[in-house]
Design a protein around this ligand. Sequence first.
Ligand code: NAP
Length: 246
Amino acid sequence: MLKNKVAVITGASRGIGKEIALEMARAGANVAILYNGNTEKAEEARAEAENLGITARIYKCNVASADDCAQVSTQIISDFGTADILVNNAGITRDALMFQMKEDEFDSVIATNLKGAFNMTKNFARHFIRKRTGRIINITSVSGMMGNPGQANYSASKAGLIGLTKTAAKELASRGITCNAIAPGFIETDMTSSMPEGTLDTAKKAIPLGRLGKPADIAALAVFLASDLASYITGEVIKVDGGLYI
Ligand code: NAP
């Protein structure tokens, strides 16, 4: 479905982003694997992707830094010769109840989850506009749609990402570029494994399909949205949450 396309995935050293990179590689895409600091994990992801017979490269890029994003975007387009798909997946949590949340906990989550997607989209949109084609996929969260106690920073960043997605969809549609968001529920990754056992048990009981999601549940939709099959879908926010937020 993505043969010879070039896919750029932020936060692809682990979890959902890594699985998106691998599934896109299985679909024939060459992949740029971006990460923040965990070079060992990024290298593992690169090796797994290259075993699938495509070209994979890793790039250290703090998406909260506009300078990093500008430099790495230029480098990727130079290394691969082009780019076709951008997945804004990098994200963090710094949970605390709002009245106890520190300024830095609020700012760092907004800077990574929301401004990071803006930084990357700005750079790649210029390239996509010149090509008159491109796919942007933002990984938001059901927390951004339903709110979640202890996640004022995270929910706000993910709700903001939905606004960014819809605006990008409207600004870029006439240039043949689509922009959609995927809103996962609870997915089994490092992010959820750090949650207290009781929170996850309560979450499972609230999920009609009765289980946490897997990164592959998200990756399958990302490949579809990046493919030609989804060329008439833009500005959508698609939940993948086992029915958590119906
Ligand atoms: P994860 O396992 O914690 O992995 C996070 C990834 O983001 C890592 O690759 C990490 O790189 C990268 N990253 C963190 N800060 C970064 C920064 N400043 N610049 C660039 N990369 C950065 O997370 P995950 O669970 O896979 O989540 C992926 C996305 O899905 C996030 O946006 C998250 O909000 C969203 N999501 C997750 C769930 C869930 O239940 N897991 C639910 C809804 C939405 P390093 O390895 O270098 O640290």
